[in-house]
Design a protein. Sequence first.
Length: 295
Amino acid sequence: MFTFHVLTDFSAAATNALHYAVVLGRHVGGQVRLWHVLPEAAGFDAPYFGGLREVRPVAEARHLLQELVGRIQQHLPCSAALITETPTQKLATLIGTGPGNVVVVGNGNPVKPMRHAGTSTALHLIKTLAQPLLVVPNTYRAGRIPTRIVLDTDRRAVRLPQAAETITGLLAQLTTSPEPLTLTHLPSDVDDLLTRIIPSVIGLHVYTSEASPAMEDVASRIRQMGLLEGVAHTVTSARHPCVEEGIRHAADRHQADLLTFVTRQRMFAGRQFLQSVTAGLLAHSRIPVLTISEA
């Protein structure tokens, strides 16, 4: 069973991310675990979990959590807990490194300049937690499961952690429909049939050089990642002067409603990470992003 660990500060962005996690959880038969970090107890992690949010008394925060749990339990199993100290360390310990877990956070401002992203909860967590991270922008209104997924690759070998073992199954469940394929005399049925038999997962590589890479190489690199093993997918590439913008434009062109990739967070020291393509995508994507930290 998948457990979606949702961090909430009771804001609109966090509520939207929670709604998205509930939609996914219901579809894949998962559960939700709510976490609320008390800003005044965050210590050195305060820039990432405190910010300018309203500080609530412990009793009020606990009450709000239990209200949320009651609502969510009408749809799927849910529990909640307060984090009162060293949130990064506590989350890493409590969630662990095993498969079947996804950490979920909201992004309240996907148009923010990168100079203001240094205290982003998502960018902090992707560098410190082993679990896959799902970032849901507030500009994307949750309500349905993703049906068009773009997986980006930089064509370099990756080392996936144990925590990523079940991501392939998650992608497969999201893109598999139990509805039978039907074909009648209506032209619209033909269009629907063609739409549904075309794989809804796209393996993408964006390049900046004059020469395009061989599609066989792109397909081979995607296969070697292991995230799409047994998942029907198509492969494409696109040239763009900026890799981050190229990925976002390609996702928009393919009408994607979920973007996923492997984060190479170990390649960047300190604030250099903010200048990476990964950081830009997590900060600016207008659709949900599912990313897995490289081991």
